[in-house]
Write a protein that binds this ligand. Sequence first.
Ligand code: NDP
Ligand SMILES: O=C1O[C@H](COP(=O)(O)O)[C@@H](O)[C@H](O)[C@H]1O
Length: 465
Amino acid sequence: MGETEAAGRARADALVLFGITGDLAEKMVLPALYGLVSQGFALGPVIGVTRSAWSLDRLRAHVREAVSEHGTVDGGALDELLGLLRVARVDYSDPGSFQSIAREAEGCRVLAHYLALPPDLYESAARCLSEAGLSENSRLVVEKPFGHDLESARALQAELTKYFPDEAIRRVDHYLGKESVENLLTFRAANTMIDTILHRNHVRGVQLTAAENFDVADRGGFYDATGCLRDVVQNHLLQTLAYFVMDTPRSGSPEDVLAERTRALRSIRTVLPEDYINGQYEGYLATEGVAPDSTTDTYAALRLYVDTDRWAGVPFTLRAGKSLAVSATELAVEFNRPVAGYHHTVCAQKAAPNLMRLHFEPHAGVTFQVLARRGADETVVDELTNKLDFPHLSRSRPYEHVLAAAVTGDPTRFSTMEAITECWRVVSELLPAPFAPISYAPGTWGPPEAARLTSDESWHAPQVP
Ligand SMILES: NC(=O)C1=CN([C@@H]2O[C@H](COP(=O)(O)OP(=O)(O)OC[C@H]3O[C@@H](n4cnc5c(N)ncnc54)[C@H](OP(=O)(O)O)[C@@H]3O)[C@@H](O)[C@H]2O)C=CC1
Ligand SMILES: O=C1O[C@H](COP(=O)(O)O)[C@@H](O)[C@H](O)[C@H]1O
């Protein structure tokens, strides 16, 4: 292992948390740190970095409140987390001020710097860390989004690698921390009967839906500059798809998993504008922080193809959106219909196709939908479904995995630069949006026009209990 690689992989003695006072920290990062401590994860000091003159007591009160808001709290674990906290005050225009971090991290050898900051601060934070001598032997973890398009992602990478080697940079995509998403690979690789039929010879189409039944709420400013395609499709959905279509890696080593996942992304064809539908829910323009004439997408649907021997020619349709009918994430595999001409398949040809639905949220599991003869009349079939729950996968909290990996150095649960480059490339023809979004009513499934992207002019609505 070379020196920089060792630095990129070494376990961090301390977590340096930029943006500890912010929204993401409050909603995700702090509850996840509590979760890790309560599970016995060996977490070192957590150095909260802020521009404000927060005392340690104030930070502890903030963390206590953030953690308590997210469910029942075990006093012992919370006290343990509060005991790990330290606070450092910085000024992003003064690299010298970053010595405050060095003082709090005294005695620590490897630092994991987690930037839960607005993305336009990544570069100055990385530069100040470097100038303060805090980049050596350390890791830089940056939140999403990584760039706004292919060009800006490359520019950001060029800036960050001036201060941290690529091996020491981790780019967060919390879907890579979801066990139900990782299970796509396990489920296929471990079940040969399933893996065998997941092939262009048997599959008519695949649909991936990530629906949310709530609106952009108080994130109008962020969302209006981002839109649905950039917010969840370019990253979360493409990474999920990669887990589904990738070849089984030779081993579970980070090198092998990352190489196959990236190879899968590379094999996704760039999406053409005619294979894209964008939408905007009615009422979006009245959201605080949204431009009155905004054309930002709150819904995106697209059709793409995966150019591998296994998947060539199979249409994959992806859709995501806010203010839709339900909140659910699901991947539905639609199998070929039976051949025509046999009396016992006449009804079956018109019935629903065989489906395998892989549920990620709200409850992980798999549902099989098959046909069986109804009774005396051999030509009549019924649709039967059977669901297997994966309750242990539903309980997973992705930020716990992301933070644990930030500390341990495991790169598997992050996006590589190559993967990010491929993801931006896949949607590059859709940025900026080639047409204005189609309006849709909140609580529906988005623009009906998107049905034309699917193999049968209809989407399989995700199943929710
Ligand atoms: N919020 C969310 O739900 C999600 C957020 N993300 C990503 O996480 C990151 C953080 O997001 P979020 O927590 O919402 O961001 P916030 O706007 O809440 O900002 C986080 C912290 O950054 C510091 N900060 C904010 N603005 C400035 C500024 N102009 N100059 C210097 N410091 C500033 C503040 O800390 P202080 O003043 O204490 O220094 C603030 O508490 C972003 O990259 C975002 O894209 C990703 C997924 C979801
Ligand atoms: O990154 C984001 O993801 C969430 C959806 O995440 P999930 O784990 O709840 O599926 C999305 O709501 C948000 O807009 C986006 O920024």
